[in-house]
Design a binder for this molecule. Structure first.
Ligand code: NDP
Ligand code: 2IT
Length: 451
């Protein structure tokens, strides 16, 4: 990095950190973006004069609220509820809701910030938002989850709407929680609109929304691999996580001819050298989505597979890694192990799963590496397609949605290539995604004046 660019980055970060003390995930996400954008901003003085970057890192609005509910023992429980409305320059706030014990302001601000760039990349008119709670659905009964969701939505309903802010799922929020939240929203507002996405197929959901994030990540990986005249066919793939994104990443990678050999959760990972084929994946769907079991049980069912407790899957030899669990789940050391084992491509299904140290390792080794805001944008893109279908009050065929998803992922790849190709021909997808995502939002903000 040139000296004057470095100075700009460090001074910007000093001010930003001082204004947002202790929010380490938010600092991390902002630093990555500022490092990519600094040369572009220094070349465009109007962006500096109008303080576009300073405004983008300040969410337009943050709502924090109490979520009281009663557990099955009749006791009162209290959780924190949040909605970060980060940026509405190019469309209504849009982004998922996360229910996990680790949720805090820093994590949701980093997610809402990244969402702003991701949504811009999709080419659809969506601003950036994110919400959630420190409520953990794990071990809770259906009735407890329902009571919690109803209490959460009773407050959130005042702040969202189909033209204002459109939430969806994320970690801990799948079909069940979305159903309970939609039911309560509909009841409170006495309206049936597309205010939430990821809805059930029978009540306004888009075909392929459940599949979209995992499928989109594989479509993006295919585009990356094509730049090196190869594909997923015949490759060994390591996937982390075993939730929504991981499950459908396994499905699509397998359909495209790869052998997926790992899945994980926060307790450990399974390694199945024979590959997680369609039949085994059907078992995983049942285990995770119906019985809400742990991935360890896979190794009991399929004895050829082994379970490794308290570790992540990155020491397994693979050609392609798809981190699909959570932020900062690939360390610099694990990245070096992946590269050392011959991994040629990392496409992020999760948001910010690679630490800055890991990203540096991948880029230094010149392997294909795509950040979540590009590689996992298929989920929110299909949410955008759900909004369109809801507004038109019709439903497209799965083939049509799949074709649109595929073409959006190709377009995102092309945008990353346009803005991220370096002098030696290496595609820096981080830089490409950050600049491409930024330009549209920045131009809209310039047009709107100081608001
Ligand atoms: P799910 O809740 O369906 O699955 C999450 C998976 O990640 C589970 O296997 C979970 O294991 C694991 N996990 C969660 N937190 C941790 C942790 N702290 N350490 C280790 N493992 C963890 O969520 P999704 O599949 O929807 O989300 C996965 C990732 O993809 C997230 O980063 C999310 O932001 C991102 N994403 C999701 C999209 C979507 O459409 N759903 C769209 C774009 C990105 P355990 O059960 O042990 O917690
Ligand atoms: O991180 C994400 O992009 C999501 N959790 C999906 C957001 C959405 O609105 O579909």
């Amino acid at each position: 990095m040139e000296k004057h660019v470095e100075k700009y980055v460090e001074e910007f970060m000093d001010r930003m950190v001082a204004k947002n003390p202790g929010e380490k995930e938010f600092h991390q996400a902002v630093r990555e973006v500022v490092e990519s954008l600094a040369p572009y901003i220094l070349d465009n003085p109007v962006l500096m004069k109008m303080k576009i970057l300073e405004r983008i890192v300040e969410p337009e609005r943050i709502v924090m609220f109490r979520v009281p509910w009663i557990n099955d023992k009749g006791e009162v429980e209290i959780n924190k509820g949040y909605r970060i409305q980060c940026n509405s320059a190019i469309g209504p706030y849009k982004g998922g809701i996360r229910f996990h014990s680790s949720v805090n302001l820093s994590i949701l601000k980093f997610l809402a910030f990244e969402q702003t760039f991701k949504n811009s990349l999709t080419t659809l008119p969506m601003g950036g938002g994110k919400g959630g709670s420190d409520f953990s659905p794990r071990g809770k009964s259906d009735n407890e989850v329902m009571r919690f969701c109803q209490s959460f939505m009773t407050e959130l309903a005042r702040h969202i709407g189909q033209d204002t802010d459109v939430p969806a799922g994320d970690i801990g929020v799948g079909a069940r929680a979305l159903g309970y939240m939609f039911g309560q929203y509909k009841r409170l507002r006495n309206e049936f609109t597309g205010t939430l996405t990821g809805k059930g197929a029978e009540w306004g959901g888009s075909p392929l929304r459940p599949e979209a994030t995992g499928y989109g990540t594989c479509y993006f990986a295919q585009e990356m691999l094509a730049t090196r005249s190869t594909s997923l066919d015949g490759k060994i793939v390591a996937v982390s996580g075993s939730g929504n994104v991981a499950q459908f990443a396994v499905q699509k990678a397998t359909q495209l001819g790869a052998r997926v050999v790992t899945l994980s959760d926060s307790n450990g990972y399974i390694y199945d050298p024979d590959g997680i084929d369609a039949e085994k994946l059907a078992y995983v769907f049942e285990l995770k989505n119906i019985f809400r079991g742990r991935i360890r049980e896979y190794a009991d069912k399929y004895p050829n597979a082994k379970y490794v407790a308290d570790q992540r899957p990155w020491s397994v030899k693979c050609d392609i890694a798809l981190p699909c669990a959570t932020q900062n789940e690939v360390s610099g050391k694990e990245a070096a192990t992946l590269v050392g084992n011959g991994c040629i491509c990392v496409a992020e299904g999760a948001n910010m799963p690679s630490t800055p140290e890991a990203i540096a390792v991948f880029q230094k080794a010149r392997i294909l590496y795509a950040p979540g805001k590009a590689a996992n944008a298929g989920g929110v893109a299909t949410s955008g397609l759900e909004m369109t279908q809801n507004s038109m009050r019709l439903k497209w065929a799965p083939e049509e949605v799949d074709a649109r998803l595929h073409s959006i992922m190709r377009d995102i790849h092309a945008a990353c290539t346009k803005y991220g190709t370096e002098e030696d021909g290496y595609i820096n997808y981080v830089k490409g995604a950050n600049i491409a995502g930024f330009i549209k939002v920045a131009n809209a903000m310039l047009a709107h004046g100081v608001v």
